[in-house]
Design a binder for this molecule. Structure first.
Ligand code: UDP
Length: 246
């Protein structure tokens, strides 16, 4: 399973089943493994900021969360097998450990969101082993306490849902001190699990128009969303300059 160089970010050329298998592999070994899930906006942020690009590339797995990233791979004639949405990978991972064989910790979202998400998950997976949680709004003092709590619980899987790029920066800064084996940076996943935000209907997901649904729901995202066409043009104009592995 190789990687594809998209504007300097090395995205794993894997489908959902392979991504799940990789997470399972991480769980069987020692060491911390970061999983990042960039969309077009994040890819553009990495293109603009070398340091952030290095942080993204430091992850043990990078999956194409956005359909724009999959289109980019096609432009480069290195097609990714499919879009692997961070939310879907989070759900598949939870399903894999729903027998309680591994512990999970949720970090992120507004106060109360984790509790709701866990309540919903417990209805579906009564045996799921949730070792802890914390909301994602903190000052230095609260952050210290959160870190201590995670270290104490030593979860197998830590879901970090602080939005991008905050979650990627946080994971890369702390991943080696926490004792978690897999650290997933998966944005608004907790909101959807809690039911405080809705995933786009399947029609929008299947037609690659999830971004349009999000734009209709949150028109203030328009500025950020301009990164989608900018990303496409940048890949068209500059994409070939980034060398591939083979
Ligand atoms: N969030 C958080 N702490 C912060 C900022 C955001 O926990 O300091 C959470 C927010 O509550 C939401 C998630 O991060 O659950 C994703 O936020 P947003 O929609 O702003 O980011 P996106 O993933 O769309 O880039």
């Amino acid at each position: 399973m190789g990687k594809i160089n998209i504007l300097g970010v090395h995205v794993d050329a894997i489908d959902m089943n392979e991504a799940v298998a990789k997470v399972k592999g991480f769980l069987e070994n020692d060491g911390a493994n970061a999983v990042f899930t960039p969309n077009s906006e994040i890819m553009m942020a990495a293109y603009r900021d070398e340091k952030f690009k290095d942080i993204l590339n430091s992850a043990e797995m990078i999956i194409a969360d956005g359909v724009g990233v999959v289109y980019a791979s096609r432009i480069l004639k290195r097609p990714l097998p499919e879009r692997v949405a961070g939310f879907d990978l989070a759900c598949r991972t939870l399903e894999e450990v729903s027998d309680g064989s591994k512990s999970v910790y949720f970090f992120g979202g507004k106060p109360g969101v984790c509790e709701l998400a866990i309540e919903n998950l417990k209805k579906k997976y009564p045996d799921l082993y949730v070792s802890g949680f914390s909301d994602g709004y903190f000052d230095d003092e609260k952050e210290k306490k959160i870190i201590e709590d995670i270290k104490e619980k030593k979860p197998d899987i830590l879901f970090v849902c602080l939005g991008a790029p905050k979650q990627e920066l946080w994971i890369s800064k702390h991943k080696d001190e926490l004792g978690a084996k897999v650290l997933l940076g998966v944005g608004g996943t907790l909101d959807v699990l809690a039911g405080t935000a809705k995933r786009a209907p399947v029609f929008f997901q299947k037609t690659g128009l999830e971004w349009l649904y999000r734009l209709l729901k949150q028109p203030k995202r328009i500025g950020r969303m301009l990164d989608l066409p900018k990303f496409g043009f940048t890949v068209l104009l500059k994409g070939k300059k980034f060398p591939q592995e083979d």
